[in-house]
Write a protein that binds this ligand. Structure first.
Ligand SMILES: Nc1nc2c(c(=O)[nH]1)N[C@H]1C(S)=C(S)[C@@H](COP(=O)(O)OP(=O)(O)OC[C@H]3O[C@@H](n4cnc5c(=O)[nH]c(N)nc54)[C@H](O)[C@@H]3O)O[C@H]1N2
Ligand SMILES: Nc1nc2c(c(=O)[nH]1)N[C@H]1C(S)=C(S)[C@@H](COP(=O)(O)OP(=O)(O)OC[C@H]3O[C@@H](n4cnc5c(=O)[nH]c(N)nc54)[C@H](O)[C@@H]3O)O[C@H]1N2
Ligand SMILES: [Mo]
Length: 755
């Protein structure tokens, strides 16, 4: 068996492995943060920015969507929030000279890490048809080019408008308004790949696709179940909330195929004692097999019913479908559940005892539950668990889907959705005197299929890294190359700028940390966090270049160039003064009444949430719905493992900050695959050896990711883990979740072909 890495990107091919760490944060985290921040920003700018993160007069952290508490620490930042800030506030620059020196073909050979390290883009640039490199272009000409291509389409539905989740409420509202005025609902967004399964499951069962808890609820809970989430890396500030809940007596169960450091032990960098001691957060660790959660929750539900522990008053008054569900739950079988979950009976019984002992239970989850074929029924089963004991709509209890991008939830509230509700469109049409299309648009997967099949020809992205983040890289990149025009509104370079249509534009924009001054004076934008709090965000740094436009300005100018004088929407006013956008949002979107006045309040305001606020469930039945989908779990052919594609500690989605995954003991490389030592022995995979990963899917197409170093790692049996985006080549485009159509990037069947 070969032990040498294959040729490829040298910086990424020589990982080293240290012992796994059992504690998250602490002093090494602070030191690591300051080092990365100072490399990117220098000492002065580091101090100037890091003190402003998530302060009431500062900017919203461009990292995750975890809410800010009311009592903010002077440095309400975490290691990974600081890295996100440093990445954006870097002093490095990508200028027109850079593009002159690097043809597109050259950019195409570079790693995502290298591209991101080049710095902030300073000028709009254009790749004409047949040219080999981007050249500078004026903003005016850039908008003309987009208008040429959009107006030449035979239908507005041949255009795609993608949004990543950093976009502010104001920019998102304008973008969806422009798309609908232009005539399409093709508004795919990163949410389609992220919490769409949560939205689908929650809308059907409780009537609103958002979480029902506040930070205060977490602090008051008796039991918090964290399933399919790695907060130590992806939502580090959540650990402070878990710590606080624990000190008030809460118990924590974590359900995960991996023992994640933050959940094992957390050293709080905000408190001196926390730094030294560290708190063991998890009381019970259920090391579940990938995809076993629906079976686990179904069996727990059966046992709650059999224990006579159902809150019958709540069930009678507020729910629908209990009898049919109870019938199905009675069929849950111990043996099947033990096979599906890989757990032992004792562990499940301990979990039951903790659930029964708890008066106030919260379930938190993220991508470990949302990115499987059966994700929607899995999350519905979580809802069943909470409904059985009346754990929705009272303090200390509820559903907590922990969102990813800092404004992904707000973008959806603003109407970035390919399947908008008719009431939303009615309100939009009434306010602007337009006629929005009523037929549904494409989500992310369908957008790729439409490009591939020649049904879409112009691709416009408000942020993100579409070809880097989406599945089936080879198919997706070929689809993107067949577009007439690709446009990316971006802060930094990424893979999507190297995989272009016949013509391409990069439009550089302001980030969260940048000061935004328009004709009407200094502007702020607003965002919504994971718990439905809306607040202002104000950048304070001099922009990366004088040639940048803000996202709202870009949409406003684009709309004027494309729609021309026939549009009666006051795009110019919107660009001058974002307050005028908020006045319109206030009239169109329920919950935003008096938006400008209320957002002036430090800390902002909370959006209404009927189940949380009034135990009212705006579903089709008018009640919270029990659902009883058949239990599924992934089947594995002999000699195969189930691969989950996840994040390392040094990345933000496709943005790679560094090559270490400190808590997991992996250093200096990303092409690694974590395999349980017993599985590794059975498959003949020596620790430190190199292997190709080959995914298997019913279409028979071979998808291969070459040259991964095997790491023996304590993951659940039958499971493997490797980083995204490198493994996106393995995820078949049509391997998606039922109902939500989210790529099933946490359950990829793979075989190993040693190098
Ligand atoms: N620093 C940093 N912060 C981030 C991001 C980032 O990349 N870097 N990304 C942001 C975004 S967009 C998002 S959506 C979130 C993502 O936050 P997470 O969902 O925490 O991210 P992942 O790395 O995908 O981790 C998935 C977790 O689920 C577990 N898991 C996998 N399969 C299963 C399963 O079948 N069952 C169970 N119970 N667990 C499973 C994995 O072992 C892992 O712990 O983080 C956001 N915050
Ligand atoms: N295999 C696999 N695939 C996955 C996932 C997985 O777990 N496994 N996770 C999925 C998830 S949860 C998500 S959310 C998606 C993420 O998909 P995306 O949101 O599309 O990807 P990001 O990597 O977050 O986008 C990074 C780029 O955004 C741009 N950017 C950053 N800040 C700004 C800004 O303020 N404005 C603008 N205009 N641009 C900005 C920069 O150019 C940067 O390169 O990936 C999904 N893909
Ligand atoms: Mo996400």
């Amino acid at each position: 068996m070969a032990t040498k890495p294959p040729t490829g990107d040298p910086v990424q091919d020589a990982p080293q492995i240290d012992p796994v760490q059992h504690a998250a944060a602490g002093l090494p985290a602070v030191a690591h943060t300051l080092r990365i921040a100072q490399q990117q920003m220098g000492v002065r700018r580091t101090a100037q920015t890091l003190l402003k993160v998530n302060q009431k007069n500062g900017f919203d952290c461009p990292g995750c969507a975890w809410p800010e508490g009311d009592k903010r620490h002077t440095a309400e930042f975490c290691e990974n929030g600081a890295k996100a800030v440093a990445e954006e506030a870097t002093l490095r620059r990508v200028t027109p000279d850079f593009f002159a020196a690097h043809p597109v073909a050259d950019l195409g050979t570079r790693s995502g890490y290298w591209l991101g390290q080049q710095g902030r883009i300073t000028h709009p640039v254009y790749l004409p048809e047949g040219a080999d490199r981007y050249e500078p272009v004026t903003w005016e000409r850039a908008f003309e080019i987009i208008a040429e291509e959009l107006t030449a389409l035979s239908s507005p539905d041949e255009a795609l408008f993608y949004t990543s989740g950093r976009t502010s409420n104001e920019a998102a509202f304008l973008l969806q308004l422009f798309a609908r005025e232009f005539g399409t609902n093709n508004l795919p967004d990163c949410s389609n790949m992220c919490h769409e399964s949560s939205g689908s499951a929650l809308t059907e069962t409780i009537g609103i696709g958002k979480g029902s808890v506040s930070l205060e609820d977490l602090h008051q809970a008796d039991l918090i179940i964290v399933a399919g989430q790695n907060p130590g890396t992806n939502h580090p500030r959540m650990l402070s909330a878990l710590e606080q809940a624990k000190s008030a007596g809460a118990k924590i169960i974590s359900v995960n195929p991996l023992p994640e450091a933050g959940l094992e032990r957390f050293k709080n960098p905000q408190t001196p004692l926390g730094m030294l001691k560290g708190a063991a957060l998890t009381d019970l660790f259920l090391q579940i097999r990938i995809g076993g959660d629906q079976a686990l929750f179904r069996l727990l539900n059966k046992m709650i019913i059999e224990a006579g522990a159902v809150d019958t008053a709540f069930v009678d008054e507020h729910t629908h479908g209990y009898e049919a569900f109870a019938q199905a739950a009675r069929d849950a079988d111990w043996d099947d559940t033990l096979t599906a979950t890989g757990l032992d009976r004792d562990a499940i019984e301990q979990a039951l005892a903790m659930i029964l002992a708890s008066e106030r239970t919260i379930v938190c989850w993220a991508m470990g539950l949302t990115q499987h074929k059966h994700s929607v029924p899995t999350i519905r089963e979580v809802v069943n668990l909470l409904l059985l004991r009346g754990n929705i709509g009272r303090p200390g209890a509820g559903v907590c889907p922990v969102r990813g991008h800092s404004n992904v939830q707000g973008d959806r509230t603003m109407g970035i959705f390919e399947r908008p509700a008719p009431a939303f469109l009615d309100a939009l049409d009434q306010e602007f005197g337009i006629t929005s299309p009523r037929h549904h648009g494409y989500d992310v997967v369908r957008a790729i299929q439409a490009l591939r099949d020649g049904d879409a020809k112009v691709f416009f992205a408000m942020g993100g890294n579409f070809v880097g983040a989406t599945p089936d890289t080879a198919v997706t990149e070929a689809a993107m190359r067949s577009a007439r025009l690709t446009v990316h509104v971006s802060t930094k370079l990424n893979r999507s700028h190297a995989v272009t249509g016949t013509r391409a534009l990069i439009l550089p924009t302001l980030g969260r940390t940048d000061k935004d001054v328009q004709a009407g004076g200094k502007q702020f934008v607003t965002v919504e966090d994971s718990m439905g709090m809306v607040h202002a965000s104000r950048g304070n740094l001099a922009p990366a270049s004088p040639h940048l436009l803000s996202e709202p300005a870009i949409v406003a100018r684009l709309a004027r160039a494309v729609l021309g004088p026939s549009s009666t929407t006051p795009w110019e006013d919107f660009e001058k003064d974002y307050g005028t956008i908020r006045d319109r949002i206030a009239r169109v979107i329920p919950g935003f009444e008096d938006f400008n006045t209320r957002v002036a309040h430090p800390g902002g305001f909370t959006l209404p949430h009927a189940p949380r606020d009034e135990r009212r469930f705006p579903t089709a039945t008018g009640k919270a719905n029990f659902t009883a989908a058949p239990v599924e779990h992934p089947e594995l052919p002999e000699g195969r493992l189930l691969l989950q594609t996840l994040r390392s500690h040094d990345q933000y989605n496709t943005t790679i900050y560094g090559l270490d995954d400190r808590y997991r003991g992996i250093k200096g490389g990303r092409r690694i695959v974590m395999v349980n030592p017993d599985d590794a022995h059975a498959l003949g995979l020596a620790d430190g050896s190199y292997t190709d990963l080959v995914s298997e899917w019913k279409d028979g197409v071979e998808r291969r990711a070459p040259g991964f170093r095997v790491v023996h790692y304590p993951t659940a049996r039958g499971c493997a883990a490797a980083y995204y985006p490198e493994t996106n080549v393995l995820v078949p485009l049509d391997a998606t979740a039922d109902t939500s159509n989210t790529p099933a990037s946490k359950s990829v069947v793979v075989r190993f072909e040693p190098a």
